[in-house]
Design a protein around this ligand. Structure first.
Ligand SMILES: Nc1ncnc2c1ncn2[C@@H]1O[C@H](COP(=O)(O)OP(=O)(O)OP(=O)(O)O)[C@@H](O)[C@H]1O
Ligand SMILES: CC(=O)C(=O)O
Length: 575
């Protein structure tokens, strides 16, 4: 069976299949340090059909290329892939223009949920080296002490890492309805009767507590109750003042504190609960970078949170989780009010018919992209890797679709929180994203963007800088104090990397989520020219650009960076 491969150049390391074991080489190739690796497409100048794969990528002359297997199970076949790939190098495409030399660093960012499998220093370091860009803390689990430990570890990593940075995302629990604790898992079979009660502390073989008192008011006989987004389902048959009697439709093993949804209905709870406000304050105290706000139903709650953050002087971006049936009619206003959205497919697919999920995913991504907001696709991306060392082919395709649709981030949940193969899951996600990105035609301008933004000077600059860098095939180098210019550039999706220089550590951390942005902390000089020289020197020393290479230098934004010099400037410079 043919394997998916990723292409990657290893500078000054010519292809040497003879050196080291295949496993060692695969390990080396798989280390995807977002900064220190540069990946180029295959060489050549023709578009070709190889076997059953269509291969259409623009080329950079004489870049050495190596092949990365999707998973370590493929190691034994690496020689076969190399041989196959050398054949493929005769082909390629120069559709992006004759000057095109795009730099293929992974652009789509990886969000990892941190949990019992990964909450140690060793694992955080390894996840970061494997490709994690954002660490997600799920406030539905753990306590402040355990989350504090993770935040401190990520900050420690950031402080000591020279060329990588991890953002921190705090995901609120929201008005989740969960079943209570059970002394041990209960096996339930189809047709069996089972009761959910609002009485506290019940956990038997035929009845369990629910943590939400209005549960009995919100459900009606005939409703379908889903556990963990549909892993089990129950038909509501009758109810009393404190209990809901059900018939098991799809049975299974009911464990403690499972997530409950009623198909087609959202709970009548506020989106931000008292616990959430407590967790949000914890996030402010710890200067997290993002909130992922669960079960947002309207823009009002986003305004409320943003006003609160303003009153505390906290610069934390708000990502709304689209997972509630009630949020769909208000998508436009909710996303307008926020800094970005997460397609939270778990709850979304429980509250709405499951076949709506891929359509909504595409719609939400398109909406976010047309509005210049960040977007993350979440849940079940590599679900089988919670217990298995390799993904299903359908999961690989799912990642590829999210990447092609233009998501800024793709998220791992249980895979990294409590899975058996958290590092492998990140490596697979990295490799699949990289491989998919290499097939996305470069040098094109998204047609919808540019219409929306053409009224503001910074947006005009981002648009034209992208046009310029795409036409000439250069990376973009941007100087930003607030991050806004780098974010704007990211939304235009230039073909090559956006090197975003900032003298604010917080800004550097936040930029880790944005598609195509490689955030770099650097002290700015008083003088613009001296700063440019310092930045290009740093890029060259880190091997991110080569001597003689051209880059598009962008200096723009609402806030002047160099007081006495023009605030808007695009130049093409030779390194
Ligand atoms: N901080 C944590 N402490 C303990 N277990 C955790 C933690 N974070 C996640 N987990 C475990 O990993 C599982 C998967 O994580 P995930 O973030 O997907 O949570 P979830 O409860 O399944 O869904 P949701 O994202 O809707 O809250 C959780 O169900 C839980 O068992
Ligand atoms: C991520 C999340 O909360 C969901 O998919 O439901």
């Amino acid at each position: 069976m043919s394997q998916v491969v990723a292409t990657r150049s290893i500078h000054s390391t010519p292809l040497s299949p003879g050196s080291g074991s295949a496993h060692d080489r695969a390990q080396k190739f798989l280390k995807p340090a977002t900064f220190s690796s540069t990946v180029f497409p295959p060489q050549g100048n023709k578009c070709s059909q190889i076997g059953f794969r269509s291969f259409s990528i623009s080329a950079r002359k004489s870049a050495p290329v190596e092949v990365v297997p999707v998973s370590l199970e493929d190691d034994s076949k690496i020689e076969e892939h190399l041989k196959h790939f050398r054949g493929m190098q005769q082909f390629g495409d120069s559709s992006a223009g004759m000057w095109s030399k795009p730099t293929f660093r992974r652009k789509t960012k990886i969000v990892c949920t941190i949990g019992p499998s990964t909450d140690t220093k060793e694992m955080i370091w390894q996840l970061a080296e494997a490709g994690m860009n954002v660490a997600r803390l799920n406030m539905s689990h753990g306590d402040h002490a355990s989350h504090q430990k993770v935040i401190d570890l990520v900050k420690e990593y950031n402080a000591q890492s020279k060329d990588n940075v991890i953002a921190i995302m705090l995901d609120t629990k929201g008005p989740e309805v969960r079943s209570g604790d059970l002394p041990q898992p209960v096996t339930l079979n189809s047709g069996q009767e089972f009761t959910f009660t609002i009485q506290r502390g019940v956990g038997t073989a035929d009845c369990v507590s629910v943590n939400y008192d209005d549960f009995v008011n919100d459900v009606e006989a005939g409703d379908m109750l889903l556990v963990d987004g549909g892993m089990m389902s129950f038909l509501v048959t009758s109810k009393t003042h404190d209990s809901v009697k059900c018939e098991v439709v799809d049975g299974g093993e009911l464990k403690s504190r499972r997530h409950l949804n009623v198909r087609g209905k959202s709970a009548t709870l506020p989106s931000i609960t008292e616990k959430d406000w407590d967790d949000i304050k914890f996030g402010v105290d710890n200067q997290v970078d993002f909130y992922a706000v669960s079960f947002v139903k309207d823009a009002e709650v986003v305004h409320e949170l943003k006003n609160y953050l303003k009153s505390c002087g906290a610069d934390i971006h708000v990502i709304v989780k689209i997972e509630s049936a009630d949020s769909i009619p208000n998508l436009h206003s909710i996303i307008t009010a926020s800094d970005g959205a997460m397609v939270a497919r778990g709850d979304l697919g429980a509250e709405l018919p499951i076949e709506e999920v891929p359509l909504l995913q595409e719609e939400i991504i398109n909406l976010c992209r047309s509005m210049g907001k960040a977007v993350i696709v979440a849940t079940n991306m590599l679900e089988s890797m919670i217990v298995h060392p390799t993904p299903t082919r359908a999961e690989v395709s799912d990642i590829a679709i999210a990447v092609r649709e233009g998501s800024d981030g793709i998220m791992l949940s249980g895979e990294t929180a409590h899975g058996k193969f958290p590092l492998k899951a990140v490596k697979v996600m990295h490799t699949v994203a990289l491989r998919t990105e290499a097939t996305i035609p470069g040098g094109q301008m998204p047609p919808n963007i540019g219409q929306v933004f053409k009224n503001h000077m910074s947006e005009m600059f981002a648009y034209h800088a992208t046009m310029m860098s795409n036409t000439l095939g250069t990376s973009t180098v941007v100087f930003t104090r607030t991050g806004s210019m780098a974010i704007l550039l990211s939304h235009y999706r230039p073909s090559a990397t956006i090197f975003a220089f900032t003298n604010e550590k917080r800004v550097q951390q936040k930029l880790a989520l944005y598609q195509g942005v490689c955030p770099i902390y650097m002290e700015f000089c008083n003088d613009a020219e001296a700063t440019f020289i310092r930045a290009l020197d740093l890029l060259q020393k880190q091997g991110m650009v080569k001597k003689g290479e051209e880059v598009a230098l962008v200096q723009s934004g609402r806030q002047p960076i160099w007081r006495f010099q023009s605030t808007h400037n695009i130049q093409i410079r030779k390194v």
